[in-house]
Each structure stands twice: as C-alpha cells, then as structure tokens.
Write a protein of this length. Structure first.
Length: 195
C-alpha cells in the first residue's frame, strides 16, 4: 500500500462515494475505480461494497483503512521529527474546538499562538464538544481539544475558562428562593491525550 492508496482509502471513507472521492483527489472516477481494484487484487480481498446508499467498507476494508491511517500518522511523525530544528518547536498540532469557543475566543488565541510558535502547523476541527472528545479517545485526528463540560476518561484535563452565572428574577421574592431554582453548570477546559 503506497501513499496514493492511503489517500484513496481516506477519501472514500470521507465521502462514501467513488465519484466524490475521485473529485476530492482530482482524478477521474474510472482511474480511482481501477486503482481500488488493483489494491483489492494486491491484497487478495474485497475492500468495499457498492450499494445504492453509497460505498461501505468490508471488515477487510476497515482493517486496511485502519492500517492506512496508522501509516499516514507514522509518516507524518517521521517527517516532523526529521524537520525539527532543535532551537524551536515545529510540527503539526491537530486541535479540536467546541463551536462556541471557536467562534468567540479561538481567533485571538490562534493569533497569539502562531506569533509565538510560527513553525507549528495547525489543523483545526470545529465540532460539538462530545464529537471532539470522541475524536480524542478514538483516533489521531485531534491531539488537543477545547471543549465544554465535565467528561470522565483517561485524558489530562486543564480548565482554561470559568464563566459567571447571572440570575435575573421577576420579583424580589424569587431571589429568596435561589436554592429551589434549576440551573445549568458548564465548564470549558482543554483536554489532551497522555503520551
């Protein structure tokens, strides 16, 4: 399996379509189909099943996809380690960020970060906190996450923002019943994988 095979499998997974994967890779559909058939012959197994609902990976296809992701990650790590200048930080940081934080706070943080670490390339995923947490736990698409809420698990957690809660009451009597009123508690924190 070479780099083009890896990119092909990742594109098929991303799009669930041979046509859209070919567009994503800037090749025609027949070339992509031939390359997929060639890889299936090389591995002596069927990797995908074509249905009316799109492309689905077989169990062998899922194994090949998992291996392709691992090879890509290892290649990226090798390239980064070979290009490291001992005097400054460099490489790629895959950051996942919750939607609200990304909209209001992240731009200023990114400017400061890129000013301090210009050799670090950022790949940013913006999604719901639960999705970012899932990516942190299951794959290497996110190394560091900024999410809202309390989550349990084997990740290192560092609170980065606390938010005040303001209560507006209709009557002065309502303020006397504060302990009876429902409330929502949220925390923003930065989470990273432990290596």
């Amino acid at each position: 399996m070479d780099d083009k095979d890896i990119e092909m499998l990742l594109a098929i997974q991303r799009t669930q379509s041979i046509t859209h994967a070919a567009e994503l890779l800037f090749i025609n559909q027949s070339s992509l189909s031939k390359r997929l058939q060639q890889l299936e012959r090389q591995l002596s197994t069927k990797l995908v099943i074509r249905t009316n609902q799109g492309i689905h990976f077989t169990s062998a296809g899922r194994s090949a996809l998992k291996t392709a992701k691992q090879i890509k990650r290892l290649n990226n790590e090798l390239k980064e380690s070979l290009s490291v200048d001992d005097s400054e930080f460099s490489g790629t940081l895959n950051l996942g960020c919750s939607i609200d934080y990304a909209q209001y706070e992240l731009p200023d943080l990114l400017v400061a970060f890129q000013t301090k670490y210009p050799q670090i390339q950022l790949n940013i995923t913006i999604d719901y906190s639960r999705s970012i947490l899932q990516k942190l736990l299951t794959d290497d698409s996110v190394n560091v996450g900024i999410i809202r809420g309390e989550f349990k698990g084997p990740l290192k957690k560092v609170p980065i923002v606390t938010e005040g809660i303001n209560l507006i009451c209709q009557t002065p009597e309502d303020s006397q019943r504060l302990s009876d009123l429902p409330y929502i508690q949220r925390k923003s924190m930065i989470i990273s994988k432990l290596k």
